[in-house]
Design a protein around this ligand. Structure first.
Ligand SMILES: C[S@@+](CC[C@H](N)C(=O)[O-])C[C@H]1O[C@@H](n2cnc3c(N)ncnc32)[C@H](O)[C@@H]1O
Length: 226
């Protein structure tokens, strides 16, 4: 899905907190000598795959993103055993031992088609990890926002589905799955670009993630074992 809200990925090559957590989940699940292929859907500038390869040295990497500018940045990293494609993941045909998709599901007004596709891209006995803005309350939300600081168009990317809605769908798909909540360990200050998330502390010292879109963002990893 095309978006113009990609500035932070163009100029930031640091691993983000949710990506550090994602890497740790994979380190706990996958043998260090893993020599299969991981697909990163919505790989942005390739920073996650770069760090994945540092730990899983024998792995092969594939990254896909609809932004050709970001894919060119991935290619410039010249990571060994890596391939990057500038296209929509819905058009992919191959299957992979590991598939990850962080921040992609929220672009879709109906999560079923993209989630089904992510599952179908994962090999039997493979692992799929979807990181997304989801709702612990049983409400699904479709959002259009206009970030007037850099674009005058209505855009997508902040939809959130209830965990219960997703559970119902996955039970029908007959796959094993569980959810793990993401708790951000650091404070984030509001930035000049209001679409970038920031945090506030609750009285119980938990952090809540907000954005200038006026939304509270609860994030979860959905881990699916085929
Ligand atoms: C919110 S960013 C997240 C980037 C990165 N995965 C992360 O966790 O920081 C979502 C990325 O998915 C890409 N994207 C959105 N829809 C896509 C699709 N259908 N196929 C491939 N990439 C897509 C966007 O271009 C963007 O780079």
């Amino acid at each position: 899905m095309k978006t113009t809200q990609l500035h932070t990925y163009k100029y930031n090559y640091k691993l983000r907190e949710h990506q550090k957590d994602m890497l740790n989940i994979l380190k706990n699940k996958i043998n260090k000598n893993f020599n299969g292929t991981i697909l990163d859907i919505g790989c942005a500038q390739g920073v996650f795959l770069k760090h994945f390869k540092k730990y899983f040295k024998k792995s092969k990497l594939e990254g896909i993103d609809t932004s050709s500018e970001l894919i060119n940045r991935c290619k410039k990293l010249k990571i060994l055993d890596s391939k990057f494609y500038s296209k929509d993941f819905l058009n992919l045909k191959k299957k992979y031992e590991i598939v990850i998709a962080a921040g992609v599901l929220g672009y879709y007004d109906d999560f079923k088609k993209p989630l089904k596709k992510m599952i179908s891209l994962t090999k039997k006995r493979g692992t799929l990890i979807v990181f997304s803005h989801l709702n612990s309350f049983n409400i699904d939300t479709i959002v259009r926002f206009r970030n007037n600081t850099n674009c005058n168009k209505w855009e997508r990317g902040l939809n959130s589905y209830s965990i219960i809605t997703i559970k119902k769908f996955l039970k029908k798909m007959k796959v094993k799955f569980y959810f793990k909540q993401f708790n951000i360990p650091i404070r984030l200050k509001p930035k000049k670009n209001p679409i970038i998330s920031y945090t506030i502390d609750t009285l119980k010292k938990k952090k809540i993630i907000l954005s200038g879109s006026n939304l509270r963002l609860e994030y979860f990893y959905l881990i699916i074992k085929k």
